[in-house]
Design a protein around this ligand. Sequence first.
Ligand code: PLP
Length: 350
Amino acid sequence: MAIDLNKLVRKNIQQLKPYSSARHEFTGKASVFLDANENAYGSPMEDEYNRYPDPLQWQLKFQLARIKGVPAENIFIGNGSDEVIDLAYRIFCDPQKDNVIICPPTYGMYEVSANINDVAIKRVNLTVSYQLDVPAILAAIDVNTKMLFICSPNNPTGNDMKRDDVVELLNTFPGIVIIDEAYINYSKQKTFIQELTIYPNLIVMQTLSKAWGMAALRVGLCYASMDIIDLFNKVKPPYNINEASQQMATEALTNTTLVNGWIKEVVAQKDWVGDELADLSYVEKVYPSDANFILVKVRDAEGLYKFLAENGIVVRNRSREPLCENSLRITIGTPAENKKLVQIFKQYKG
Ligand SMILES: *Cc1c(COP(=O)(O)O)cnc(C)c1O
Protein backbone atom coordinates (compact mmCIF):
# COMPACT_ATOMS: atom_id res chain seq x y z
CA MET A 1 0.00 0.00 0.00
CA ALA A 2 1.42 3.36 -0.98
CA ILE A 3 1.14 5.40 2.18
CA ASP A 4 1.83 8.98 3.08
CA LEU A 5 3.66 8.71 6.41
CA ASN A 6 3.08 12.40 7.07
CA LYS A 7 -0.67 11.78 7.09
CA LEU A 8 -0.31 8.87 9.52
CA VAL A 9 2.03 10.51 12.03
CA ARG A 10 0.63 12.73 14.78
CA LYS A 11 1.29 16.45 14.30
CA ASN A 12 3.07 16.85 17.64
CA ILE A 13 5.45 14.01 16.73
CA GLN A 14 6.17 15.43 13.27
CA GLN A 15 7.05 18.72 14.93
CA LEU A 16 8.89 17.17 17.88
CA LYS A 17 12.42 18.35 18.55
CA PRO A 18 13.89 15.27 20.25
CA TYR A 19 16.02 15.34 23.39
CA SER A 20 19.67 15.54 22.47
CA SER A 21 21.87 13.62 24.90
CA ALA A 22 25.51 14.34 25.69
CA ARG A 23 26.62 11.18 23.88
CA HIS A 24 24.58 12.30 20.88
CA GLU A 25 25.99 15.79 20.45
CA PHE A 26 29.68 14.97 20.46
CA THR A 27 30.74 12.70 17.59
CA GLY A 28 34.51 13.31 17.31
CA LYS A 29 37.39 11.51 19.05
CA ALA A 30 37.95 12.31 22.73
CA SER A 31 39.48 10.65 25.78
CA VAL A 32 38.16 12.86 28.57
CA PHE A 33 34.39 12.80 28.94
CA LEU A 34 33.18 15.58 31.20
CA ASP A 35 29.93 16.16 29.34
CA ALA A 36 27.35 13.95 31.05
CA ASN A 37 27.78 14.42 34.80
CA GLU A 38 28.69 10.77 35.24
CA ASN A 39 30.91 9.44 38.03
CA ALA A 40 34.35 9.35 36.40
CA TYR A 41 35.81 7.21 39.22
CA GLY A 42 33.99 4.03 38.29
CA SER A 43 31.24 1.80 39.69
CA PRO A 44 31.14 0.04 43.06
CA MET A 45 31.24 -3.38 41.41
CA GLU A 46 33.58 -5.40 39.22
CA ASP A 47 32.17 -4.44 35.84
CA GLU A 48 31.98 -0.75 35.08
CA TYR A 49 28.61 0.78 34.37
CA ASN A 50 29.41 4.40 35.18
CA ARG A 51 29.03 5.64 31.60
CA TYR A 52 25.72 6.11 29.82
CA PRO A 53 25.09 3.41 27.20
CA ASP A 54 24.97 3.88 23.42
CA PRO A 55 21.52 5.42 22.82
CA LEU A 56 21.24 3.65 19.47
CA GLN A 57 22.74 0.26 20.48
CA TRP A 58 24.86 -0.06 17.33
CA GLN A 59 26.89 -3.13 18.40
CA LEU A 60 23.72 -5.07 19.13
CA LYS A 61 22.13 -3.88 15.88
CA PHE A 62 25.19 -4.87 13.81
CA GLN A 63 25.05 -8.34 15.33
CA LEU A 64 21.32 -8.61 14.61
CA ALA A 65 21.84 -7.32 11.08
CA ARG A 66 24.31 -10.15 10.44
CA ILE A 67 22.00 -12.84 11.78
CA LYS A 68 18.80 -11.51 10.26
CA GLY A 69 20.04 -10.20 6.93
CA VAL A 70 18.47 -6.78 7.51
CA PRO A 71 20.47 -3.50 7.48
CA ALA A 72 21.16 -2.17 11.00
CA GLU A 73 19.47 1.10 9.96
CA ASN A 74 16.18 -0.76 9.60
CA ILE A 75 16.26 -2.00 13.21
CA PHE A 76 14.85 -0.37 16.33
CA ILE A 77 15.35 -1.92 19.76
CA GLY A 78 12.79 -1.47 22.52
CA ASN A 79 12.82 -2.23 26.23
CA GLY A 80 10.81 -5.36 25.42
CA SER A 81 8.27 -5.54 22.61
CA ASP A 82 5.93 -3.78 24.99
CA GLU A 83 7.89 -0.55 24.56
CA VAL A 84 7.73 -0.92 20.76
CA ILE A 85 3.94 -1.30 20.95
CA ASP A 86 3.58 1.73 23.22
CA LEU A 87 5.82 3.89 21.00
CA ALA A 88 3.82 2.91 17.92
CA TYR A 89 0.66 4.22 19.58
CA ARG A 90 2.38 7.42 20.61
CA ILE A 91 3.77 8.02 17.11
CA PHE A 92 0.69 7.24 15.03
CA CYS A 93 -2.45 7.56 17.15
CA ASP A 94 -4.06 10.75 18.38
CA PRO A 95 -5.72 10.03 21.74
CA GLN A 96 -9.52 10.22 21.72
CA LYS A 97 -9.56 10.44 17.93
CA ASP A 98 -7.79 7.58 16.20
CA ASN A 99 -8.44 3.84 16.41
CA VAL A 100 -6.61 0.57 15.75
CA ILE A 101 -7.79 -2.90 14.75
CA ILE A 102 -6.89 -5.99 16.76
CA CYS A 103 -7.96 -9.58 16.08
CA PRO A 104 -8.95 -11.41 19.28
CA PRO A 105 -8.14 -13.80 20.76
CA THR A 106 -4.67 -12.27 20.73
CA TYR A 107 -1.86 -10.77 22.81
CA GLY A 108 -3.24 -8.57 25.58
CA MET A 109 -0.75 -5.72 25.38
CA TYR A 110 -2.17 -4.30 22.12
CA GLU A 111 -5.36 -3.45 23.99
CA VAL A 112 -3.76 -2.39 27.30
CA SER A 113 -1.42 -0.06 25.44
CA ALA A 114 -4.38 1.39 23.51
CA ASN A 115 -6.18 2.04 26.78
CA ILE A 116 -3.12 3.70 28.33
CA ASN A 117 -2.85 5.96 25.28
CA ASP A 118 -6.60 6.60 25.18
CA VAL A 119 -6.89 5.18 21.66
CA ALA A 120 -10.04 3.33 20.59
CA ILE A 121 -9.92 -0.38 19.71
CA LYS A 122 -11.89 -2.10 16.98
CA ARG A 123 -12.06 -5.83 17.63
CA VAL A 124 -12.41 -8.09 14.61
CA ASN A 125 -12.36 -11.62 15.97
CA LEU A 126 -10.44 -14.35 14.22
CA THR A 127 -12.53 -16.92 12.37
CA VAL A 128 -13.47 -20.19 14.11
CA SER A 129 -10.32 -21.71 12.64
CA TYR A 130 -8.30 -18.89 14.28
CA GLN A 131 -7.47 -17.20 10.96
CA LEU A 132 -7.75 -13.53 9.97
CA ASP A 133 -11.24 -12.47 8.87
CA VAL A 134 -9.96 -10.30 6.02
CA PRO A 135 -13.33 -8.99 4.73
CA ALA A 136 -14.40 -8.04 8.27
CA ILE A 137 -11.08 -6.28 8.91
CA LEU A 138 -11.41 -4.28 5.70
CA ALA A 139 -15.01 -3.41 6.59
CA ALA A 140 -13.92 -2.13 10.02
CA ILE A 141 -11.53 0.50 8.63
CA ASP A 142 -12.59 4.15 8.89
CA VAL A 143 -10.79 7.46 8.28
CA ASN A 144 -9.28 7.39 11.77
CA THR A 145 -7.96 3.80 11.64
CA LYS A 146 -4.18 4.04 11.98
CA MET A 147 -2.84 0.58 12.81
CA LEU A 148 -3.61 -3.11 12.46
CA PHE A 149 -2.01 -5.70 14.75
CA ILE A 150 -1.38 -9.17 13.36
CA CYS A 151 0.17 -11.74 15.69
CA SER A 152 1.71 -14.68 13.82
CA PRO A 153 2.18 -17.24 15.28
CA ASN A 154 -0.71 -15.98 17.38
CA ASN A 155 -0.79 -15.89 21.17
CA PRO A 156 -2.78 -17.63 22.72
CA THR A 157 -3.96 -19.87 19.87
CA GLY A 158 -0.45 -20.85 18.71
CA ASN A 159 -1.09 -20.97 14.97
CA ASP A 160 0.40 -19.07 12.03
CA MET A 161 -1.81 -16.65 10.16
CA LYS A 162 -2.15 -17.57 6.47
CA ARG A 163 0.52 -15.69 4.55
CA ASP A 164 -1.84 -14.82 1.67
CA ASP A 165 -4.19 -13.08 4.10
CA VAL A 166 -1.35 -11.09 5.64
CA VAL A 167 -0.11 -10.08 2.19
CA GLU A 168 -3.61 -9.02 1.14
CA LEU A 169 -3.88 -6.82 4.23
CA LEU A 170 -0.41 -5.34 3.65
CA ASN A 171 -1.56 -4.41 0.15
CA THR A 172 -4.90 -2.91 1.15
CA PHE A 173 -4.70 -1.59 4.71
CA PRO A 174 -4.39 2.23 4.56
CA GLY A 175 -2.32 2.50 7.76
CA ILE A 176 0.50 0.77 9.63
CA VAL A 177 0.44 -3.05 9.75
CA ILE A 178 2.32 -4.41 12.77
CA ILE A 179 3.19 -8.09 12.46
CA ASP A 180 4.20 -9.53 15.83
CA GLU A 181 6.58 -12.43 15.23
CA ALA A 182 7.45 -13.14 18.89
CA TYR A 183 7.25 -16.90 18.20
CA ILE A 184 8.65 -16.94 14.66
CA ASN A 185 11.67 -19.10 15.64
CA TYR A 186 9.33 -22.03 16.32
CA SER A 187 7.35 -21.65 13.11
CA LYS A 188 7.92 -22.99 9.62
CA GLN A 189 6.55 -19.76 8.14
CA LYS A 190 8.91 -17.25 6.60
CA THR A 191 9.46 -13.99 8.50
CA PHE A 192 8.22 -10.75 6.93
CA ILE A 193 11.45 -8.87 7.71
CA GLN A 194 12.69 -9.51 4.18
CA GLU A 195 9.64 -7.63 2.79
CA LEU A 196 10.36 -4.22 4.31
CA THR A 197 11.38 -2.72 0.97
CA ILE A 198 8.09 -3.84 -0.60
CA TYR A 199 5.71 -2.58 2.11
CA PRO A 200 6.41 0.91 3.46
CA ASN A 201 3.51 0.48 5.92
CA LEU A 202 5.04 -2.62 7.55
CA ILE A 203 6.46 -2.93 11.05
CA VAL A 204 7.70 -6.37 12.13
CA MET A 205 8.28 -7.11 15.82
CA GLN A 206 10.39 -9.92 17.21
CA THR A 207 11.88 -10.42 20.67
CA LEU A 208 14.78 -11.99 22.56
CA SER A 209 12.32 -13.02 25.30
CA LYS A 210 11.15 -16.36 23.91
CA ALA A 211 13.35 -18.68 21.80
CA TRP A 212 16.48 -16.64 22.60
CA GLY A 213 15.98 -17.13 26.33
CA MET A 214 16.60 -13.54 27.48
CA ALA A 215 13.21 -12.43 28.83
CA ALA A 216 14.83 -10.78 31.86
CA LEU A 217 17.04 -8.53 29.73
CA ARG A 218 14.01 -6.85 28.06
CA VAL A 219 15.09 -6.66 24.45
CA GLY A 220 12.30 -6.19 21.89
CA LEU A 221 13.16 -5.99 18.20
CA CYS A 222 11.43 -3.88 15.59
CA TYR A 223 12.11 -3.81 11.86
CA ALA A 224 10.73 -1.17 9.50
CA SER A 225 11.60 1.39 6.81
CA MET A 226 14.23 3.96 7.79
CA ASP A 227 11.53 6.65 7.89
CA ILE A 228 9.59 4.70 10.51
CA ILE A 229 12.76 3.79 12.46
CA ASP A 230 13.64 7.52 12.57
CA LEU A 231 10.27 8.23 14.18
CA PHE A 232 10.83 5.57 16.85
CA ASN A 233 14.29 6.97 17.60
CA LYS A 234 12.83 10.45 17.93
CA VAL A 235 10.20 9.42 20.46
CA LYS A 236 12.00 6.79 22.55
CA PRO A 237 13.58 7.57 25.94
CA PRO A 238 17.25 8.42 25.17
CA TYR A 239 18.81 5.42 26.97
CA ASN A 240 16.01 2.87 26.69
CA ILE A 241 18.27 -0.21 26.56
CA ASN A 242 20.67 -0.48 29.48
CA GLU A 243 24.35 -1.30 29.00
CA ALA A 244 24.22 -4.74 30.67
CA SER A 245 21.40 -5.83 28.35
CA GLN A 246 23.19 -4.45 25.28
CA GLN A 247 26.42 -6.27 26.12
CA MET A 248 24.89 -9.56 27.17
CA ALA A 249 22.50 -9.72 24.22
CA THR A 250 25.26 -8.88 21.72
CA GLU A 251 27.39 -11.69 23.13
CA ALA A 252 24.54 -14.20 23.43
CA LEU A 253 23.48 -13.71 19.81
CA THR A 254 26.67 -15.51 18.74
CA ASN A 255 25.34 -18.69 20.35
CA THR A 256 22.94 -19.67 17.58
CA THR A 257 23.88 -23.36 17.72
CA LEU A 258 22.67 -23.75 21.30
CA VAL A 259 19.46 -21.82 20.65
CA ASN A 260 18.66 -23.74 17.45
CA GLY A 261 19.10 -26.99 19.39
CA TRP A 262 16.62 -25.83 22.02
CA ILE A 263 14.10 -24.83 19.35
CA LYS A 264 14.24 -28.32 17.80
CA GLU A 265 13.86 -29.91 21.23
CA VAL A 266 10.89 -27.70 22.17
CA VAL A 267 9.12 -28.55 18.91
CA ALA A 268 9.65 -32.29 19.50
CA GLN A 269 8.49 -31.99 23.12
CA LYS A 270 5.42 -30.02 21.99
CA ASP A 271 4.41 -32.86 19.68
CA TRP A 272 4.87 -35.39 22.47
CA VAL A 273 2.89 -33.39 25.06
CA GLY A 274 0.15 -32.70 22.51
CA ASP A 275 -0.21 -36.39 21.64
CA GLU A 276 -0.28 -37.44 25.30
CA LEU A 277 -2.92 -34.88 26.27
CA ALA A 278 -5.09 -35.51 23.21
CA ASP A 279 -5.60 -39.11 24.41
CA LEU A 280 -7.32 -38.07 27.65
CA SER A 281 -11.10 -38.38 27.82
CA TYR A 282 -11.74 -34.88 29.20
CA VAL A 283 -9.45 -33.20 26.65
CA GLU A 284 -11.64 -32.00 23.80
CA LYS A 285 -8.98 -30.51 21.58
CA VAL A 286 -5.28 -29.83 21.35
CA TYR A 287 -4.98 -27.03 18.82
CA PRO A 288 -2.17 -27.25 16.26
CA SER A 289 0.66 -24.93 17.30
CA ASP A 290 3.49 -23.19 15.46
CA ALA A 291 4.83 -21.73 18.73
CA ASN A 292 6.39 -22.95 22.00
CA PHE A 293 3.03 -23.49 23.72
CA ILE A 294 -0.20 -25.31 23.08
CA LEU A 295 -3.80 -24.28 23.58
CA VAL A 296 -5.84 -27.13 25.00
CA LYS A 297 -9.62 -27.22 25.22
CA VAL A 298 -10.97 -29.31 28.09
CA ARG A 299 -14.31 -30.09 29.71
CA ASP A 300 -13.73 -27.84 32.74
CA ALA A 301 -10.78 -25.45 32.41
CA GLU A 302 -11.30 -23.83 35.83
CA GLY A 303 -11.29 -27.19 37.64
CA LEU A 304 -8.24 -28.45 35.77
CA TYR A 305 -6.40 -25.15 36.29
CA LYS A 306 -6.94 -25.46 40.05
CA PHE A 307 -5.87 -29.11 40.09
CA LEU A 308 -2.67 -28.29 38.22
CA ALA A 309 -1.96 -25.38 40.58
CA GLU A 310 -2.50 -27.61 43.64
CA ASN A 311 0.14 -29.87 42.14
CA GLY A 312 2.60 -27.04 41.64
CA ILE A 313 2.04 -26.43 37.94
CA VAL A 314 0.92 -23.05 36.74
CA VAL A 315 -0.54 -22.61 33.27
CA ARG A 316 -2.61 -19.82 31.74
CA ASN A 317 -6.38 -20.03 31.76
CA ARG A 318 -7.54 -18.28 28.59
CA SER A 319 -11.20 -19.30 28.92
CA ARG A 320 -12.48 -15.74 29.10
CA GLU A 321 -10.99 -14.84 25.70
CA PRO A 322 -13.31 -14.98 22.69
CA LEU A 323 -13.28 -18.37 20.91
CA CYS A 324 -11.23 -19.86 23.77
CA GLU A 325 -13.96 -21.32 25.95
CA ASN A 326 -12.55 -23.82 28.48
CA SER A 327 -9.06 -23.47 27.07
CA LEU A 328 -5.70 -23.50 28.85
CA ARG A 329 -2.50 -22.21 27.31
CA ILE A 330 0.44 -24.38 28.28
CA THR A 331 4.09 -23.45 27.68
CA ILE A 332 6.39 -26.32 26.68
CA GLY A 333 8.99 -26.83 29.41
CA THR A 334 11.99 -29.09 29.86
CA PRO A 335 11.45 -32.84 29.28
CA ALA A 336 11.23 -33.38 33.06
CA GLU A 337 8.67 -30.58 33.45
CA ASN A 338 6.62 -31.87 30.54
CA LYS A 339 6.64 -35.40 31.97
CA LYS A 340 5.36 -34.05 35.26
CA LEU A 341 2.66 -32.06 33.45
CA VAL A 342 1.43 -35.13 31.58
CA GLN A 343 1.51 -37.18 34.78
CA ILE A 344 -0.66 -34.66 36.65
CA PHE A 345 -3.04 -34.39 33.69
CA LYS A 346 -3.46 -38.18 33.83
CA GLN A 347 -4.30 -38.05 37.52
CA TYR A 348 -7.08 -35.54 36.96
CA LYS A 349 -10.54 -37.04 37.11
CA GLY A 350 -12.26 -34.63 34.74
C1 PLP B 1 5.86 -12.80 24.76
C2 PLP B 1 5.34 -11.95 23.68
C3 PLP B 1 6.00 -10.79 23.29
C4 PLP B 1 7.30 -10.42 23.93
O1 PLP B 1 7.23 -9.34 24.74
P1 PLP B 1 8.59 -8.74 25.34
O2 PLP B 1 8.10 -7.45 25.89
O3 PLP B 1 9.55 -8.57 24.20
O4 PLP B 1 9.09 -9.69 26.37
C5 PLP B 1 5.51 -10.05 22.24
N1 PLP B 1 4.39 -10.42 21.60
C6 PLP B 1 3.74 -11.55 21.93
C7 PLP B 1 2.56 -11.95 21.15
C8 PLP B 1 4.17 -12.33 22.99
O5 PLP B 1 3.50 -13.44 23.31
